[in-house]
Design a protein around this ligand. Structure first.
Ligand code: IPM
Ligand code: MN
Length: 365
């Protein structure tokens, strides 16, 4: 079996976390007899500097021609004053829109070893395992008209029936395979967009009588996420609210450096860490590569039906953390602080150990 993967390292710490994840990807490929054809392309600020645009047509075409895309991060102060369509972030938005990636999956699961790395209390977090399903190609992110002049700045918050229905249906499918509990998060007490969203979600829910549906306003949801995250299993929400709530859920895992994501559509898929390009630590071999390594795990599940390889990655990360190794972002006083590359080496070492254990039947996935 052979798969084509487009690598888009991007800016800041992007290249470092992608290099780490690629080593894990290659190892899993060898162990599971899957060939990965990897090609790297510029995206974001680095592409703007080279080509005058954050995303060239060639790179977009390369993504269309790939089985999956793995992206690092884009952005940096250097490009902050550019107009919106030239900013590194615009590349990400264009990729999402062009590839039709309307489903954004952001799981927040707490590793026991990290219970004390969060600013939240360990007994509040323990056992949390939730999934944010963020709509990714609609909302105020893409609504027209939008603009800015000396007197005003404006955007349009809009959802079409088709956009809401397809993500809602996906969310009910996912919820029915998990704990059969779905929270739809909106701001229907104020926004027409959200009233429309809620009405359609209720309609779709009739096809899933075994899933319990609860509606929650986004401000309350933000509070509930830090008060009692275990009450959630699957959270379905609009693009903008999902952006904010998924950063909050980063603290559940101890650090934004832990959160992976998958962006899926009907024909394409892109995987990336939730965190940004962290220009302040770029090039210092300090960044946490675990979110990107976990994103490779999501790629195995959603693009390549390699669930065992994904479980192996998760277990390898878990053991590495349990042994007390941490990058700086998740370190506690008694931990061993390691670099990006060292963390990756440790995950690889554990991956190999677990692989052998399961071959011998000592460990079952
Ligand atoms: C994210 C990021 C992006 C978003 C930015 C970089 C455009 O914050 O993926 O969460 O707002 O969607
Ligand atoms: Mn975000």
């Amino acid at each position: 079996m052979s798969f084509k993967i487009a690598l888009l390292p991007g800016d800041g710490i992007g290249p470092e976390v992608i290099a780490a994840a690629v080593d894990v990807l290659k190892l899993a490929g060898e162990k599971f007899n899957v060939e990965f054809e990897l090609k790297e392309y510029p995206v974001g600020g680095i592409s703007y500097d080279k080509h005058g645009t954050p995303l060239t047509d060639e790179v977009l075409q390369a993504c269309y021609d790939s089985d999956a895309v793995l992206l690092g991060a884009v952005g940096g102060i250097k490009w902050d004053s550019l107009q919106r369509d030239m900013k590194p972030e615009a590349a990400l938005l264009k990729l999402r829109k062009s590839l039709g990636l309307f489903i954004n999956i952001r799981p927040a699961k707490v590793y026991n070893a990290l219970l004390n790395s969060s600013s939240l209390k360990a007994d509040v977090l323990k056992g949390t395992d939730l999934l944010i399903l963020r709509e990714l190609t609609g909302d105020v992110y893409f609504g027209e008209p939008r603009g800015i002049d000396d007197e005003k700045g404006f955007n349009t918050m809009i959802y079409t029936k088709k956009e809401v229905e397809r993500i809602a249906r996906y969310a009910f499918e996912v919820a029915s395979k998990r704990k059969k509990k779905l929270h739809s998060v909106d701001k229907a007490n104020v926004l027409e967009t959200s009233q429309f969203w809620r009405k359609l979600v209720i309609n779709i829910s009739k096809d899933y009588p075994n899933v319990s549906l609860e509606h929650m306003y986004v401000d309350n949801a933000a509070m509930q996420l830090v008060r009692d995250p275990r009450q959630f299993d699957v959270i379905l929400t609009q693009n903008m609210f999902g952006d904010i709530l998924s950063d909050i859920s980063g603290m559940i895992t101890g650090s934004l450096g832990m959160l992976p994501s998958a962006s899926l559509g009907n024909n394409y898929a892109l995987y990336e860490p939730v965190h940004g390009s962290a220009p302040d630590i770029a090039g210092e071999n300090k960044a946490n590569p675990l979110a990107t390594i976990s994103s490779v795990g999501l790629m195995f599940i959603h693009s390549f039906q390699m669930n065992k390889a994904a479980e192996l990655i998760e277990e390898a990360i878990s053991r590495t953390l349990s042994a007390g190794y941490r990058t700086k972002d998740i370190a506690q006083p008694d931990n061993v602080i390691v670099s990006t590359t060292k963390m990756k080496d440790l995950v690889i070492e554990n991956f190999n150990i677990i692989y052998d254990e399961q071959a011998l039947g000592v460990f079952t996935l």
